[in-house]
Design a protein around this ligand. Structure first.
Ligand SMILES: *Cc1c(COP(=O)(O)O)cnc(C)c1O
Length: 402
């Protein structure tokens, strides 16, 4: 295999995910650089006019303009697809660009979407506000309930859209059931896999058609850049997603793509260690707080399903404290190590109060329907020693009178 140009996919696609995370999609320039090259270039030049014509006619591979393709971004797309077990991937500027693109590229006026009620706040804005404004109706359901998915199907249902685990209540969707139900009805499933990533869960193994990402979270994993990605079949990416993306331009910058490359190299190590740490912190909090929503603990009503679908529980879980918003804020304010931050997936432990931050925009009724109560706190457990995190939580709970 030539090492200085593109890889032979016939060989590389057989590599295991940990190998893909470090080497998949690598494309070396004539300099033979070790780390992926950063092609910070908006445009490209050509030796002759015939080459331009051939590339624009789709008769020759090669770069034309960074809204259409960029070598650094393309390497990342290849790597994410290989890790996911997907035929193709397109990187996006942010997770929300990925969700918006994944939905709008395939929906038209008169279509219907069934979406999970528990979801990232902006994903709910897409389904509750944006899509209806453009004549696309949506039904939001309790995604834990298999029968609710079935009951919501209409003759014009085009897409099922959900997260699992879901933000922030950690609801789990039975992917094998929901994806096969969708297939029976010719419905496309779009799974937002930001909480798990392909290291912990591969929705396509359960029949998902499209997997969309906020790569800002675990993939970067170090709180540096916003990024997103959409994975699907080659045909869906080429025929459905690409015409939308190339003309609307939600593209990822090469610099941010390069940073995400660096994140992917350590993704598996981080995701597995952070899951272990999240389990240790969860075990400490269980019994100490009135309610905990943690897919890795047997007390989670869908623990078995979660662990069947996921390799480990992931770094994120939620719990409730007595005393509502006041005590939740008091707990956050008393933390000494864990930062108050609404980000997740970071190597640093972060905590937030969804009702007054990520899910503020939904209003009290929307939050109540989703189970986002005033005493709910979400935590992202990082790579610190869990014993220090437990001591920090213990002293902060005491300081808050909890
Ligand atoms: C963060 C997040 C998003 C949005 O991603 P951005 O990169 O912030 O645009 C979408 N879905 C889930 C589940 C998220 O956690």
């Amino acid at each position: 295999m030539k090492k200085t140009t593109g890889q032979n996919r016939e060989i590389t696609r057989h590599w295991r995910p940990a190998t893909q995370a470090v080497r998949g999609g690598t494309w070396r320039s004539e300099h033979g650089e070790t780390s992926e090259a950063l092609f910070l270039s908006s445009g490209f030049t050509y030796d002759d006019a015939e080459t331009v014509a051939a590339r624009f006619a789709g008769e020759q591979d090669g770069m034309t303009y960074s809204r259409l393709q960029n070598p650094t971004v393309q390497m990342l797309e290849e790597r994410i697809a290989l890790m996911e077990g997907a035929e193709a991937c397109r990187a996006q500027a942010t997770g929300m660009a990925a969700m918006t693109t994944a939905l709008l590229c395939q929906l038209s006026q008169g279509d219907h979407v069934v979406a999970a009620r528990a979801a990232f706040g902006s994903c709910r804005w897409l389904t509750d506000t944006l899509l209806p404004k453009w004549g696309i109706s949506t039904t939001t359901i309790d995604s834990r309930d298999n029968d609710a998915w079935k009951a919501a199907i209409q003759p014009n249902t085009k897409v099922f859209f959900f997260e699992t685990p879901a933000n922030p209540t950690m609801d789990i969707v039975d992917m094998a059931y929901v994806c096969s139900l969708a297939k029976e009805h010719g419905i496309t499933t779009v799974v937002d896999n930001a909480f798990a990533t392909s290291v912990l869960q591969r929705p396509m193994d359960y029949g998902a058609d499209v997997v969309a990402y906020s790569a800002t979270k675990l993939m970067d994993g170090q709180g540096r850049v916003l990024a997103g990605a959409v994975c699907g079949s080659q045909q869906w990416i080429d025929d459905v997603l690409l015409p939308f993306q190339r003309n609307t331009g939600p593209n990822l910058s090469p610099f941010n793509a390069w940073v995400v490359h660096k994140g992917l190299e350590t993704l598996e190590l981080r995701a597995m260690r952070q899951s272990e740490n999240a389990l240790a912190v969860g075990k400490f909090l269980e019994g100490r707080v009135p309610h905990i929503m943690h897919p890795g603990l047997a007390s989670h009503p869908q623990h078995e399903l979660a662990m069947r679908q996921m390799k480990a529980c992931g770094p994120i879980f939620a719990f409730e404290v007595d005393g509502g918003r006041k005590q939740a804020h008091a707990l956050l304010n008393a933390l000494e190590i864990i930062d108050i931050s609404n980000n997740i997936g970071d190597a640093r432990s972060l905590m937030c109060h969804p009702a007054s931050s990520t899910h503020h925009g939904m209003g009290p009724e929307g939050r109540e329907a989703m189970g986002v109560r005033e005493g709910l706190i979400r935590i992202n457990v990082g790579l610190e020693d869990p014993a220090d995190l437990i001591e920090d939580l213990d002293q902060a709970l005491k300081a808050a009178g909890l």
